[in-house]
Every structure is written in C-alpha cells, then in structure tokens.
Design a protein around this ligand. Structure first.
Ligand SMILES: [Zn+2]
Length: 78
C-alpha cells in the first residue's frame, strides 16, 4: 500500500505507448502485455502516467520487454 499525500481523484491521464512494433528476433507483431500505472505530482497538477509494456507472443526465446522511453523532462525515472 502506497501512502500518498496528494489527491489523485483529479489526476490527468497520460498514456505512454511503447514505440516498438515487431520482435527484433523473429519479426512477429508485439503484443501489449501489461501496463504500469504511476501517479505523479507536479507543480501544475497531478498526473496518472500509464506506461505500456509489450512482449513477443511467438515464444521465439526473446524475453525482452519493450517499454516507452522515459521522458525525464516530465518525471525522473525511478
Ligand atoms: Zn519473437
């Protein structure tokens, strides 16, 4: 349980899409595996950043997960 000191009910949703489209090992189209939500408080408001995580569905042995690039101008990674 995360303790928050700010109200997330008015949070603005930001969706970060993973830019990769195909598996670099077998060329299959990547599937969206899960999403990683995160609340961020900034001086101009509260945001819910949802990051997409993609993976190869073909079972080719490529275990790499494809994520959107961290935008450190918006929120520090961590
Ligand atoms: Zn693959």
């Amino acid at each position: 349980m995360v303790r928050r000191s700010f109200d997330v009910s008015e949070a603005v949703l930001l969706y970060a899409e993973a830019p990769a489209r195909v598996c670099e090992a077998c060329g299959a189209n990547l599937w969206i595996r899960w999403h990683v939500p995160r609340f961020v408080q900034r001086l101009d408001g509260v945001y819910q950043v949802v990051r997409q995580v993609k993976g190869c569905p073909a079972g080719c042995g490529n275990k790499r997960k494809y994520r959107p690039y961290e935008d450190v101008r918006f929120v520090l990674p961590g």
